[in-house]
Every structure is written in C-alpha cells, then in structure tokens.
Design a protein around this ligand. Structure first.
Ligand SMILES: [Zn+2]
Length: 394
C-alpha cells in the first residue's frame, strides 16, 4: 500500500512543471460562466494527452474524461468557469497572464478553481501509469456555469442520464484539507401589494413600502432565532435588495419586494425556511416565493433550477471520509484536519439533491476565491494531484 503511495508522490513531484503549465494554459483562456467553449477545448486536449480512455462533452458543455471500465464510478469534479475580474485597477498584473513564478501560478481562476482541474489532469496521467482497481472507472469532469448557479451542471448530468457517480470528490479549494460539507442556501422574494392614492392624500391609500419596512424589521429578528449546527454553524437570513413601485413620485407606493438571501444550516430545509418567514410576517399581507434560475450554456442549451441549494454534510465516520483520511495519511504522514467550506459548491447537487457520497479536497486557499491577485502554490497542485491518484487506488 505504502509503495503505491510513494510511487504516486514521486510522479506527482516529477510532474510539477507539467501541472503548472497545464494550469497556466487554462488560466490564459478567459471563461466567465456561460462562455467556457474555448477553455473546454483546451481541457479536452489536456485530458486526452494525459491518457484517458475517452473524452466527451455533454449538451450543457461539461467535459467528461473517463479512465477504466469498472462498474464503480469515482468522479473528480471541478468547475471550469470563473467570475469576472472586477476592477482591473486592483490587480498588480494581467489577470489572465497565467504566469508561473516563485512557486505560484497567477491569475483569475487559479484557485477557484482551475487549479483543482489541472491537478486532476495530472492525477489521470499518474493513474494511467500506476493503474486503477479493476472494479473502478474514474471520471474527470470539467463542469460549467457553477459561478452562476452552483449544482446546475450536476443536475443536468444526472437528470439527463449522462453519468451516475457512486462517489464524488469536489476539487474546489480546501487548502489541501479534507472537507465534508457546507451550509446550503436559497433565495426568496417577499412581495407586498398596496393601494396607490394621490401623494397629497396618503390616508386614502395603502403604502406597500411601509408594509415591506415592517416586514424587514421582522426578518432582522428572525435572523437571531435561526438554528445552529456544531459543524456547519448558524443558519442566517438577510435582505439583499428592496424594490418598490408607484404610479408616480407623487403617489402612494403600491408595490414593494424584498430579496432574501437565506443560508441554511443542518436540519433547515426549503419548506421550513418558507414557513418561518410566513410565520414571522403573519398579518403583514406578504407573499413568499422561491426564485428560479434560468441560464443559457455556451452550447445554446437553456436550463434552469429552483434557487434552493440544499445543505449537505457527510458523517465524520462515513467510509468515504475515512478512505480520504487514509489516502491523506498515506501520502503526508499526518492526520488530516476535516473541515467545511464557507462558500457553496456543486456538492449541493451531488450530495444535497442526489445523496451521492461527496467529499472535498482542493489546492489553494478559499480566501483567494473571487479576489484580485489570485494565485496558487505549485506545492498545493502537487499535493492535490497525488491525493486524487491515491484515493482512486485505495
Ligand atoms: Zn468555485
């Protein structure tokens, strides 16, 4: 066992520059959500060169590489899309330089999360050399549109019967620790219909902004009452936007809408989150609804889902978490810290919606995600490639 781990580690180190160069190529190709076409061609090329048996693209534009023919399906998932650069003034250099220097790869998406993808391409190359168990197939998925709607790509892959994994490793950044969950989230609208009247005689009307304002203060109190989980932390709710309407600026407002950003801890579901808001706003004439996402992929496919992203956590003693810990200890000669993400990932679909055992392990620190001057240590890339190869051979 230890022999395989040593061999994997040695190969991953040997392929350090190869991994960094692949990542640099991915970073150089801009791929904001919905515009991943060009980078997916590059990923296909890299996977084929690494030696996978097959690479294909599904109707949404997800690129899927396969190694092996076994009935058990292990998936490495990494989203290839990134957020935009924000204010370019905040960057010290071109966000798409993909520069490799001083032990780092620089640029937008290096941490979130093309680094994880470059690491799994190297893992494919290593696995091609050391072999995988006969009963296993390993899939390498570069997924799309995650930054716009986490989990949408996996809803598509599973509902369209493209691939049904038995295990998923998310390669989102974990600072090379093992993660086993994160809070879920949902977006809600709370709508108020008032009655307009001339602004000179407000007593004739019913002001929707006053209705929404009373409700807003109740939402603030609701936040304090939400439950807490020892591992995932507290559920939360905040108002991210208020919109109102009126026939004129000299009239009583007859329409107002609050946009709620709700973070769901363990045990909180869509149903109970809606019920809590309705209960908190009882008597205030509020209508609560959950939003729907509709997006268009670069392949022209229109696809959507409810903006409900369920909470997920894997039990500490789940066999997959234990295997991950063994792989970690084999390679790095110490016990892993097993944690959670602050942000949300495709795990909301693979585990949250579909119940597939999922863990996370990724290169880079999540504090760099969506931040200017994003950069990833090549040491992390080497560790992650080794970990992915090891967990597939355990
Ligand atoms: Zn991400």
């Amino acid at each position: 066992m230890k022999e395989t781990a040593n061999k994997i580690q040695q190969l991953s180190e040997q392929y350090r520059d190869y991994t960094a160069d692949n990542l640099s190529r991915l970073v150089k190709i801009k791929s904001i959500s919905g515009g991943e076409g060009a980078v997916q061609e590059e990923l296909k090329r890299q996977l084929l060169k690494a030696g996978v048996d097959e690479v294909f693209m599904d109707g949404l534009g997800n690129v899927i590489g396969r190694l092996g023919n076994g009935s058990k399906k292990l998936v490495f998932d990494g989203h290839i899309d990134t957020v935009d650069v924000g204010n370019p003034e905040n960057w010290d250099k071109d966000p798409f330089s993909g520069e490799v220097r001083d032990g780092f790869v620089f640029g937008r998406g290096s941490v979130d999360q093309k680094g994880g993808i470059a690491a799994f391409v190297t893992a494919a190359r290593i696995l091609k050399e050391v072999g995988i168990p006969e009963n296993l197939s390993v899939f390498f998925v570069g997924s799309v549109m995650e930054e716009d709607c986490d989990g949408l790509c996996w809803k598509y892959i599973i509902e369209q019967n493209i691939l049904k994994p038995d295990f998923v490793v998310s390669t989102e950044p974990t600072n090379c620790n093992i993660y086993r969950g994160h809070r879920g989230r949902m977006e809600m609208h709370v709508t108020f219909r008032g009655i307009s009247a001339h602004g000179s005689a407000p007593e004739r009307g019913k002001n929707a902004i006053y209705m929404a304002s009373r409700a807003a203060l109740e939402i603030e109190k609701l936040n304090d009452r939400l439950r807490t989980d020892d591992f995932l932390g507290k559920g939360s709710v905040t108002i991210s936007e208020i919109i109102s309407g009126s026939p004129s600026l000299c009239a009583v407002s007859d329409y107002a809408r609050l946009h709620l950003d709700r973070r769901l801890t363990w045990g909180e579901t869509k149903e109970n989150a809606i019920a809590e808001v309705e209960e908190a706003l009882k008597g205030l004439d509020a209508q609560v609804s959950v939003l729907h996402y509709e997006g268009k992929s670069f392949t022209g496919n229109e696809y959507g889902m409810e903006k409900y992203y369920p909470t997920w956590k894997m039990p500490e003693d789940h066999p997959m978490v234990l295997s991950a810990a063994t792989a970690f200890t084999d390679l790095f000669d110490r016990k892993p810290e097993i944690g959670k993400w602050t942000f949300s990932t495709n795990g909301i679909a693979t585990n949250g919606l579909f119940g597939i055992p999922t863990i996370g392990f990724g290169p880079g620190n999540e504090v760099m995600a969506h931040a200017p001057n994003e950069k990833i240590p090549t040491d992390d890339l080497v560790k992650a490639a080794a970990f992915y190869a090891r967990i597939a051979t355990i």
